[in-house]
Design a protein around this ligand. Structure first.
Ligand SMILES: Cc1ncc(COP(=O)(O)O)c(C=O)c1O
Length: 464
């Protein structure tokens, strides 16, 4: 197939009232589109034959207009190839985007929160995606139910009941674009019925403060200790966001007493909790503790995500909403985006039904368990003065340094050595000095060297 025969549309129009010739109108519109950046450098444009046909003018006119623009340096014309907008460098006044020079990759990437996406189950996902495209009904190719595709809501209800002890009626499951959107939808629904204040853990997932603020709620920080959220420190709020299974970033679990205390508090204050269960599947010493939602389905909104288990790029999350809030949250979903992408939902339902999700989790758990163990062993050897906090779970270890370490100096030294990491200063808590060391993406053989380099970084920062 000759490349020039591929049809390409171009938004041009010509007037035949005689004020300007047809050729000069074509030239002027192309020139101005290229100068303004609407037609970008290298962009393909229609062949002269195609454009002549689209505009209903003779081919001679388009050939001459293109030749003129090529002579001026706007277009590149080559025999047998699609005409293109040429390099902007030669066009005066053209908009040239500054491209940041690519940064070399970090030598050791200890940032928390990211799973090892290099292990994304591409083949199994492709199979489910292909199956979804084949199987999706014409009805499901429309907007359908804002809460999500029936088969996925049922599959999620089964999965969450089995693995997380969530009591879920598919009626009240809402598929979202990740946890982030789920929290935003709940916040909007609460604000619409008069809520004004919502408690968030401090330190906690930084983005959530912004998310609830956009819904018009005031985020009230509540401290966290070794038993999780300080329920005794809860102020007067309409809702509480909490990560009971594995608090982020401290890595602690909400103790049984605190769980009971929180549920009692919610009942007493007629409030609801949003349970962020973002990485409950990554527990390495025993099965995860059941979700808080299973203890009170009328007071707890359960929120989950595929971001830690599969990949953030999927933007797949889910809510299990108390019946009294379910319609209000579904309305917010409709307002936000008219429902999540349905082919991907069907693919995920197929992925769950085939047992691929369980298989993937089992594989990743073994991989993460080994990496975590290697990091903890290396830390004991290289940084004996520091202590590891939190349970064997999640995608990072929380390392407590002795008092007196300057986290800004550690950050600066790490940058110099091309080591990526996060500290408690990134969460607005410089003391006690904590490092959040993600281990998910560092292959086991590189861990010892990475931790040695980290220890050298901390010593150099202390000496400087
Ligand atoms: C504490 C916490 N909750 C939830 C998420 C997941 O967010 P999402 O599902 O929007 O990707 C993250 C991701 O970094 C997180 O750290």
């Amino acid at each position: 197939l000759d490349e020039t025969s591929l049809p390409i549309d171009l938004l041009l129009s010509v007037r035949r009232d005689g004020r300007a010739t047809l050729g000069s109108q074509i030239e002027e519109q192309l020139r101005s589109a290229i100068r303004s950046g609407g037609l970008r450098p290298g962009a393909r444009i229609p062949s002269t034959r195609d454009l002549a046909h689209q505009l209903g003018v003779s081919r001679r006119i388009t050939v001459e207009a293109y030749a003129q623009l090529a002579a001026e340096g706007y277009l590149t014309l080559r025999q047998g190839a699609r005409p293109r907008v040429s390099d902007t460098a030669r066009i005066p006044g053209a908009v040239i985007e500054a491209r940041a020079a690519p940064q070399p990759p970090p030598r050791f990437d200890f940032r928390p929160s990211m799973p090892d996406v290099s292990a994304f189950p591409r083949r199994a996902w492709m199979r489910s995606l292909r199956e979804a495209v084949n199987a999706i009904t014409d009805a499901d190719l429309g907007y359908g139910d804002m809460r999500g595709i029936d088969t996925l809501r049922s599959a999620l209800a089964d999965y969450l009941g089995r693995v997380r002890g969530v009591v879920a009626d598919p009626e009240h499951v809402i598929v979202t674009s990740g946890y982030s959107q789920g929290l935003g939808l709940v916040a909007h629904a609460l604000a619409a019925r008069g809520a004004t204040r919502i408690a968030v853990e401090h330190p906690g997932y930084p983005e959530q403060t912004l998310i609830v603020a956009r819904a018009g709620l005031e985020a009230v920080p509540v401290p966290v200790d070794d038993s999780g959220l300080r329920v005794d420190a809860l102020p007067s709020v309409d809702a509480v966001v909490v990560a009971p299974a594995h608090q982020h970033p401290t890595g602690v679990v909400l103790s049984p007493e605190r769980r009971a205390g929180l549920l009692a508090w919610l009942r007493e204050h007629d409030a609801v909790a949003v349970e962020d269960d973002y990485d409950a599947e990554s527990r390495y010493d025993r099965p995860g503790i059941g979700a808080l939602q299973g203890l009170d389905r009328d007071r707890v909104v359960y929120a989950g995500s595929a971001s830690k288990t599969l990949a953030p790029a999927l933007r797949l999350g889910w809510l299990v909403v108390p019946p009294h809030l379910s319609d209000a949250v579904a309305t917010e979903k409709m307002v936000a985006d008219g429902g999540s992408a349905r082919i991907e939902q069907l693919a995920f339902a197929d992925f769950l039904a085939r047992g691929e999700f369980d298989r993937h989790l089992r594989r990743m758990r073994a991989r993460y368990r080994a990496r975590r163990r290697a990091v903890v062993a290396a830390l004991a050897g290289e940084l004996p003065e520091a202590t590891v906090h939190g349970i064997p779970a999640g995608l990072h270890v929380t390392l407590r340094l002795p008092e007196g370490h300057d986290l800004d100096a550690i950050h600066a030294e790490a940058r110099r050595r091309r080591i990526e990491l996060e500290t408690s200063a990134d969460y607005g808590l410089p003391s006690p000095p904590l490092l959040m060391l993600g281990f998910a993406r560092i292959p086991e053989p590189a861990i010892r060297a990475g931790v040695r380099e980290l220890a050298a970084t901390i010593r150099a920062a202390a000496d400087s």
